[in-house]
Design a protein around this ligand. Structure first.
Ligand SMILES: Nc1ncnc2c1ncn2[C@@H]1O[C@H](COP(=O)(O)OP(=O)(O)OP(=O)(O)O)[C@@H](O)[C@H]1O
Ligand SMILES: [Mg+2]
Length: 294
């Protein structure tokens, strides 16, 4: 995709452009990564779902912290941008450019992934003791802020003291408190709507000295989403969004290195349906009303 704007960065999922000096345009593609490899097939509407879920959370949680979001409406972009690509509607976020904190604000409400591994090895999570006898995927006694460094290569867990060294005590404390509040509020809404947000990563930044919530928020890509009715401590629940892809890839003799194997159409379709289902459950809104869908 090439837009008539200065290109800033492309990640696995997003393409970012500069809009003037103080704004960014984030375009979220339909690319899907599994086991850290980007699949060859786009997942129809996935970028719209991620954009729509983030926009919902920015709106719901605005009283906790301000956000970088300016608009998700194509009409707010210069007309030549919209004209350059007819698939942009619904997958764009015009944002205020922030000076990103150099930490990733991870919050865990359930014991899974690397945290479960650490717990089985040492009875701790992020270096802090947890009650004995917890099972895999158990809910934690309370949500825990487990920050990491922000690195292109490999994010590393850091203690709260190290977070203070990186961003200063005032910002680290505020980032922790804001992240815990965002997660607690968001996870409660999602849970009553059938989805457990087991853990998630927030990215915070400064705009004109004000701490704001940036990037994507509590999406299936930045979080572990589990269906409430399939959660049972003692095992890993299926991933709400990626399970069809993971199951398919696990059924193959693939070493998880690029290139990825081709995905059958049924797997692509099932995955798209699950992303859309996640949006509709969490927001109780119809996805067909979102720009670019109908
Ligand atoms: N308002 C903002 N101002 C400046 N940078 C931002 C803002 N919001 C998000 N970012 C940054 O933009 C980038 C988003 O890129 P993207 O999510 O595509 O890639 P990534 O997170 O680096 O890698 P991955 O492909 O693993 O997701 C991140 O580096 C994020 O920190
Ligand atoms: Mg990202």
């Amino acid at each position: 995709m090439a837009l008539p704007l200065p290109h800033v960065y492309s990640g696995k999922v997003r393409d970012i452009y500069a809009v003037g000096d103080d704004q960014l345009l984030m375009v979220t593609s339909d690319r899907l990564s599994a086991f850290d490899v980007v699949m060859a097939e786009p997942i129809l509407h996935k970028g719209r779902v991620l954009t729509a879920i983030s926009a919902f959370w920015f709106e719901q949680l605005a009283d906790v912290v301000g956000s970088h979001l300016v608009s998700t409406d194509l009409a707010d972009l210069p007309p030549e941008v919209g004209a350059a690509d007819d698939d942009l509607a619904g997958r764009i976020m015009l944002c205020r450019k922030a000076e990103m904190l150099s930490i990733e604000c991870i919050v865990r409400g359930y014991l899974s992934g690397s945290a479960w591994k650490e717990y089985t090895a040492s009875g701790t999570m992020h270096g802090q003791a947890l009650p004995a006898g917890l099972q895999e995927s158990d809910q934690l006694p309370e949500p825990v802020f487990t920050p990491s460094t922000k690195s292109d290569v490999h994010d590393e867990n850091i203690s709260f003291a190290q977070a203070i060294d990186l961003v200063g005590e005032e910002l680290a404390t505020r980032a922790r408190d804001v992240s815990l509040e965002l997660y607690t509020r968001g996870a409660a809404i999602a849970r009553e709507r059938g989805i457990i947000i087991a853990d998630t990563k927030f990215e915070l930044g400064l705009v004109d000295g004000e701490l704001v919530l940036c990037d994507e928020v509590m999406t299936p890509d930045s979080s572990r989403f589990w269906p409430v009715d399939e959660w049972k401590p003692g095992a890993t629940p299926p991933s709400f969004d990626k399970q069809p892809v993971r199951d398919y890839l696990e059924s193959l003799d693939w070493d998880k290195n690029p290139p990825p194997p081709p995905l059958p159409t049924e797997v692509v379709t099932a995955t798209s349906a699950r992303y859309i289902d996640a949006y509709e459950r969490i927001t109780r809104r119809s996805f067909s009303a979102w720009p670019g869908v109908a």
